[in-house]
Write a protein that binds this ligand. Structure first.
Ligand code: AHG
Ligand code: MN
Ligand code: MN
Length: 335
């Protein structure tokens, strides 16, 4: 069976012409992410066997405790991209500032910057629940040949040329888009090859799942409280089912397959929301939209927000189109 499925390697080569500026650079970038994903997958699967669970003992710039696997995943993705000399800069959740990378010729001649959340849902590692990696790719805006600047990273999501995630779940998948739909590849761990298992993924227009950390209910804005009540009210196809893993990647992946909405709103505890615009919300929004779904901050389209900071937080409403529209409607009442 499997032999008939296309591999990710074959797929990348086949799709190269679809890229806007087809020099092969973006193909090589995706290839590097594929490789790093396999390395991290190998390590994640060993959690519990070798000493990689638990805290690393330091905090990142956002004051979050780093887990050992956060640090490992960050180093793996960073080094894989740095060694291949195919991007001009990387920004990561785990690094205070972006880093600048020279190309093969020792000059700043590469075109793409990558922003990433190397390990998403890291509080789930120690309890054997799925985690992920999220990445977002932009073409630089500063001239090729010069070192990258912050401007290259602070671009609105609509400028993304590629985005994707890896989910280290019951099976490991790499799901990505280059703006021509969304395709999902499942890793056969025995031979280390990703196969195209989910071609042209589609977010169902409607769904029956809502995903939100309801423990924070008392701190939510009134629009969100009302929407939750709407989800729980018996009428038509409601009440909906509540499902919340606590790994953004896993929650959205499930909702994209089954139909649903994911919400991480502002709260009185985190007035700007928790999730980061540049390496969590933008890439997930790009994927959602490419699959026919939607993503907002409760009012506006996520991908049209002009970022001002690398680690900027934003409220996030992402999922089936009709569900996000409905949630936005509730938010609007209290704008
Ligand atoms: P990270 O592990 O990269 O810091 O991200 C965790 C995020 C996201 O994956 C998840 O949906 C959310 O935090 C969960 O937050 P709560 O525990 O506050 O619900
Ligand atoms: Mn995250
Ligand atoms: Mn993370």
């Amino acid at each position: 069976m499997e032999e008939r499925n296309k591999t990710l390697g074959e797929f990348i080569i086949e799709k190269q012409e679809e890229f806007m500026y087809s020099s092969g650079e973006l193909s090589r970038l995706i290839n590097s992410i594929r490789l790093a994903a396999k390395v991290v997958n190998y390590k994640v699967n060993k959690a519990g066997l070798v000493d990689i669970v638990g805290a690393f003992g330091e905090q990142n710039v956002q004051g979050e405790d780093q887990q050992k696997l956060d640090v490992y995943a960050n180093e793996t993705f960073m080094q894989t991209l740095i060694n291949r000399e195919i991007v001009c800069g990387i920004a990561s959740e785990e690094n205070d500032d972006f880093i600048t990378i020279k190309g093969k010729d020792g000059l700043h001649n590469n075109k793409y910057v990558v922003l990433m959340d190397p390990l998403d849902g890291s509080s789930n590692i120690d309890v054997n629940v799925s985690v992920g990696t999220i990445f977002s790719v932009f073409r630089r805006v500063t001239p090729v040949g010069t070192p990258v600047t912050k401007e290259d990273f602070l671009q609105p999501g609509v400028n993304q040329v590629a985005a994707g995630y890896v989910i280290y779940g019951t099976s490991t998948m790499l799901v990505y888009t280059t703006g021509h739909g969304v395709n999902g590849f499942t890793l056969n761990p025995a031979i280390g090859t990703f196969y195209l298992s989910h071609p042209n993924m589609q977010f169902p227009k409607d769904g029956h799942i809502y995903s939100i950390n309801e423990g924070n209910y008392v701190h939510f804005p009134q629009g969100v409280k009302d929407y939750i009540k709407y989800c729980q009210t018996e009428e038509g196809d409601r009440p909906y089912t509540s499902r919340y893993i606590g790994s953004l990647v896993s929650d959205i992946h499930r909702n994209m397959i089954k139909g649903g909405i994911y919400i991480y709103p502002t709260s009185s505890k985190s007035p700007k929301g928790k999730l980061r615009l540049l390496y969590e919300c933008n890439p997930m929004a790009f994927i959602a939209e490419q699959a026919g779904g939607k993503a907002s901050d409760g009012f506006n389209r996520i991908m049209e927000i002009q970022p001002t900071e690398l680690h900027q937080r934003v409220p996030f409403f992402c999922g089936s189109e009709n569900m996000v529209d409905k949630a936005n409607e509730f938010m609007k009442k209290y704008q």
